[in-house]
Design a protein around this ligand. Structure first.
Ligand SMILES: [Zn+2]
Length: 205
């Protein structure tokens, strides 16, 4: 579903949404829960996008509901896979995920993708600005494209309201709240989260 010029909400990635941004180069933001690859590709095809058109796949963080189809989609597209440096050990399986994530990841079968590049402070990827927003995970990042914020799991939306992502899932809830404070100072009009529907920014956020 198109939500703004060049910005598509991939709704068939139910449970953990994926976004397609057709900026300088086509970018896929996150890859959804494991085994949703064919559904995501089908929706892209309906938008006239072939896998090989995708230049970059940008991960907000290491959780399995965000990296679930990264290996599959990277292999089909040949896209460059990006991730935050501090989350790479968890993606590659070089370190056990912290806290409750360890148990969740062990219950959810997923294929580990190989990360190609890590974000540098202040950089853009395919026209998306990378914003460091740690807390949900050590390296979690958000993205901004024009007037749209893609907060990953920094915040979620529930019945049209923007709320912090759950404390029990946070690597460090205090750091997460600090990240929310710093993002509040940025200019944007729309919030497109992984969990919950895209909403117009409210004065509280
Ligand atoms: Zn998530």
């Amino acid at each position: 579903m198109q939500i703004a010029k060049n910005v598509h909400w991939i709704t068939r990635a139910k449970g953990s949404y994926v976004y397609l941004v057709l900026g300088d180069e086509p970018v896929l933001i996150d890859t959804g829960m494991p085994n949703r690859g064919p559904d995501i590709l089908e929706e892209l095809r309906e938008l006239g996008i072939r896998p090989q058109d995708i230049a970059h796949i940008v991960l907000t963080h290491h959780d399995v509901d965000h990296i679930g189809n990264a290996k599959h989609l990277k292999a089909l597209s040949g896209a460059t896979l990006w991730a935050p440096e501090r989350d790479v050990p968890y993606i590659h399986g070089a370190a056990p995920r912290p806290g409750i994530k360890r148990a969740i990841a062990s219950l959810v079968r997923h294929e580990r993708p190989e990360v190609d590049r890590i974000y540098q402070a202040g950089q853009t990827v395919g026209g998306l600005e990378v914003i460091e927003t740690p807390g949900h995970t050590p390296g979690h990042v958000s993205f901004r494209y024009q007037d749209i914020l893609f907060p990953g799991d920094l915040v979620m939306t529930r019945r049209g309201k923007i709320v912090p992502s759950p404390r029990f899932l946070a690597w460090d809830h205090r750091v997460l709240m600090q990240s929310i404070d710093s993002v509040r100072r940025l200019t944007f009009d729309w919030v497109c989260p992984a969990h919950g529907q895209p909403v117009r920014r409210t004065p509280l956020f």
